[in-house]
Design a binder for this molecule. Structure first.
Ligand code: GLA
Length: 409
């Protein structure tokens, strides 16, 4: 038997210290990450021109000013591993290499993200990171990657928590702070174990560019915005600064009606969801741009308290959601899931919302709030009076309730 050149105690010390000192990079996502990802619109059709043009458009469209930061290439950027096992980009699609691309994105004042998979292959059949985690993390650090989305295809026999922990440790060892986005589709309840592993975790299977329904792809299904929303039930207690529930990247601008896109965006704001645009931002309509850059809705999403919204009521396809915000403000969203318009008379003083999780209470008999409509961008009244609303089919009304004064003062 060959003897190790290290004394057993030294070996044990090395192993223990390696695992003790590896951790998640803290503080990289104090509010939900915002950016763009190639998958929802481009799927495997990615190349360096697309990524550069997208970075340019994020700046010129005002998205950067509105808070979008990460430009993430999803699946299919990969080429072969080299003779030492290091991953390389597809030389046809990325002839200048990933390092140069990351530099380009950084030169625009943005951050750069990439995609891999915990299994042998990615979902698109490219090389996965299984067995190469530490080498891949080194490459990403060398390339200047700021964000890693880590998928869960071809992982038969692997335990999710262990697989994601290995990559977290590899990233930490490589030394470059990288936001770690777990994409395990909620199969193994990552909200229960991923807080110290990643900064966000997918809670569901893939989103589809439809408002309400399920798309059958033969061997798998993708979910409409409403189906994804329903799967967030019971998860809000697990989210907060630096550890977010991720109901998947947005489909705004990918084929739904403008009202549906507004509802989708508003609900992602209420959920404190990561806001990853998934459309072609180089060629978007004025309406899509206006939705994605609505700073007042984004402020609901990016509120520093980081409290995911709660569903206060659900009646006959009308849902009312509340989200506690800083300075004792609240966001409230009326979501009409029906296919016809709804009329609502809402008496604020009679609807007292107690949120045990945040220990906040909305009580319009104690405080008066101004009501600001975040799409029309105007104050429509205050909470002293009943508000009458007409909400078109598949649309929302989202308000910021601005705490003005205590009625007892
Ligand atoms: C999975 C993920 C998607 C996308 C594709 C890429 O389906 O959930 O978001 O990354 O893989 O192949």
């Amino acid at each position: 038997m060959q003897h190790s050149k290290f004394h057993p105690f030294v070996l044990i010390f090395m192993i223990v210290s390696c695992s003790i000192y590896a951790q998640k990079f803290d503080g990289l996502a104090p509010t939900p990450p915002m950016g763009w990802n190639s998958w929802n619109n481009f799927h495997c059709e990615v190349d360096e021109d697309l990524i550069k043009e997208t970075a340019d458009a994020i700046v010129t469209s005002g998205m950067k000013d509105a808070g979008y930061q990460y430009v993430v290439i999803d699946d299919c950027w990969h080429g072969e591993r080299d003779s030492l096992g290091f991953i390389q980009a597809d030389p046809k699609r990325f002839p200048s290499g990933i390092k140069a691309l990351a530099e380009y994105v950084h030169s625009k004042g943005l951050k750069f993200g990439i995609y891999s998979d915990a299994g042998w292959k990615t979902c698109g059949g490219r090389p996965g990171s299984r067995g190469y985690e530490f080498q891949d993390a080194l490459k990403y650090a060398e390339w200047g990657v700021d964000y890693l989305k880590y998928d869960w295809c071809n992982t038969e026999g692997l335990k999710a928590e262990g697989a994601y922990l290995t990559m977290r440790n590899a990233l930490y060892k490589a030394g470059r702070p990288i936001v770690f986005s777990l994409c395990e589709w909620g199969d193994n309840q990552p909200w229960e174990w991923a807080k110290d592993i990643g900064h966000l975790w997918r809670t569901t299977g893939d989103i589809a560019p439809i408002f309400d329904g399920i798309v059958d792809h033969g061997t798998w299904f993708s979910l409409g915005v409403m189906q994804i929303l329903d799967k967030q039930e019971g998860l809000r207690e697990f989210a907060g600064p630096d550890h977010w529930n991720d109901p998947d990247m947005m489909e705004v601008g990918n084929g739904m009606s403008v009202g549906e896109d507004r509802a989708h965006f508003s609900m992602w704001a209420m959920l404190a969801a990561p806001l990853m645009a998934g459309n072609d931002v180089r060629n978007m309509s004025k309406e899509t741009m206006a939705i994605l850059t609505n700073k007042e809705v984004i402020a609901v999403n990016q509120d520093p308290l980081g409290i995911q919204g709660l569903k206060y009521s659900s009646n006959d396809s009308l849902e009312i959601w509340f989200k506690p915000l800083e300075k004792n403000d609240w966001a409230v969203c009326f979501l009409n899931r029906a296919i016809s318009e709804k009329t609502v008379e809402f008496n604020w003083r009679k609807n007292i919302v107690t949120d045990d999780l945040s220990e906040r209470k909305f009580d319009a008999t104690l405080f008066e709030y101004q009501i600001r409509d975040l799409w029309t961008r105007e104050i429509i009244g205050n909470t002293e009076k009943t508000t009458s609303l007409k909400i078109p089919a598949h649309e929302v009304k989202i308000f910021r309730l601005i705490n003005t004064r205590s009625t007892n003062n």
